[in-house]
Design a protein around this ligand. Sequence first.
Ligand code: AOF
Ligand code: ZN
Length: 346
Amino acid sequence: MQDEFYIKRCIELAKKATGDTYPNPLVGSVIVHNGKIIGEGYHHKAGENHAEINAINSAEDKSLFAESTIYVSLEPCAHFGKTPPCALKIVESGFKKVVIGAMDSHDKVNGKGKKIIQEAGIEVISGVLEKECIDLNKRFFTYHEKKRPFIVLKWAQSGNGFIDRDFKPTQISNSLTKQYVHELRNNEHAILIGTMTALRDNPSLTTREMTGRNPVRILIDIDLKVPMDYHIYNNEAETLVFNSLKDSDEDNIRFIKTGRAGFIENLIKKLYELQIQSVIVEGGNVVLQQFIDSDLWDETIVIKNENLRIDNGTRAPKFQHKPFEIKQFRDNVMEFHKNSNQIFKK
Ligand code: AOF
Ligand code: ZN
């Protein structure tokens, strides 16, 4: 129980850097001596100190380490990257015990950090609040383990399952939800839409009003039908255009030529190469259904307006298999999860 309490604190600390650590994960660490926290830290930004190092540096009395436990939400690293290995620093610092939340599936670490510490004769416990620690970095873990981005599908539908009225742009969700949608977008590295949605709604897909950071915009436009003066091509953010006609790279816009066969699979492979760790797919209906049919999704968010009834229009995408878990949070938002314990090896 004590261990869980301190790993929870690690998670809390890690979350302070939400959105700032890409391509690195969120990680927090605390050092405990005789039931008292004597050091805390988290990873702020790629290239800067890892969580453990900040926790170690923050402790005033380092002579207490020999009788202390260091907690980390992610397995300490074993490699010389932008910073030296935390596992070695932990050994040198002479801790009595190490408690780890989740193991790090990044190829460079993957058990090696834990091994270094154990081989130095230090007691190691791992897997404390593992599910929570994996969830904290679900994008990072999915990216490294499945060799593809974490994929979120999102749409809004009427109470009786339509996403528009008479096949025309229709306001389904209310203005309160708009804020929520911006939050959702902001959690992801990229936002994806198809030709139909770009032509019909002409969205700019930015979230800058909220946070100052814009996700990468991805447009699927096989025959390049979306005119260059549409908002998605404005220079407020980077845009990747997957198409069948040309490859080119101009300022903020990159055209990526992709074969028609296995289009979605090829696109996802390319996003992996471009180190995009997560993507939210916002439509239209055909694109969303393609992701479902290719079994390429991790979470689906459906914003439902129960009071709205529509007689004629586009029907919401359909799952072939019932999702494992359906969570309802807020009145009008449903979240679907594909698997119980996500997709992870352990
Ligand atoms: C840790 N503690 O706080 C973080 C870790 O390029 P580097 O040197 O910053 O290494 C990045 C990798 O290190 C990253 O992909 C992940 O495997 C691990 N991140 N490890 O021990 C931390 N942020
Ligand atoms: Zn490290």
